[in-house]
Design a protein. Structure first.
Length: 126
């Protein structure tokens, strides 16, 4: 089945530094993204109720970008990326997320990300 690239953008009051910490540290990831996470070097093992995924951190620029490649992805060009930057005009932080999903799951995945971002905003103050 064809996979679709999703690009979503969310606005935060929290700084890029705070958001970056919520993307990379286990204590913060479990507050909004997963139930548990184990990090060994650049390998992140994410656990949700009844499932798990392992990703390799392939790009990490502090306070700017975090990019993961899923170990079991069918397409080696797929990834999960978080980019964060300050808007010069509004002084808000923009979080851009790039993800991939099956064509018939686009709305479901967008809804999931919207729900996750609501939790992230509650947790990071923003």
């Amino acid at each position: 089945m064809k996979r679709e690239r999703l690009e979503m953008e969310f606005i935060f009051r929290a700084s890029p530094t705070i958001i970056y910490n919520f993307m990379t540290t286990p204590a913060c990831l479990v507050r909004w993204y997963c139930n548990e996470v184990d990090i060994t070097g650049d390998v992140y093992s994410f656990y949700w109720s009844g499932s798990s995924e392992t990703a390799i951190l392939v790009d990490d620029i502090e306070d700017e970008r975090v990019k993961f490649e899923w170990e079991d992805a069918d397409d080696p060009n797929e990834f999960l990326e978080f980019r964060m930057y300050k808007s010069d005009i509004t002084n808000e932080t923009i979080l851009e997320i790039t993800d991939f999903c099956d064509v018939d799951e686009v709305q479901e995945v967008k809804d999931l990300w919207n729900t996750l971002i609501v939790e992230l905003k509650k947790e990071c103050g923003g």
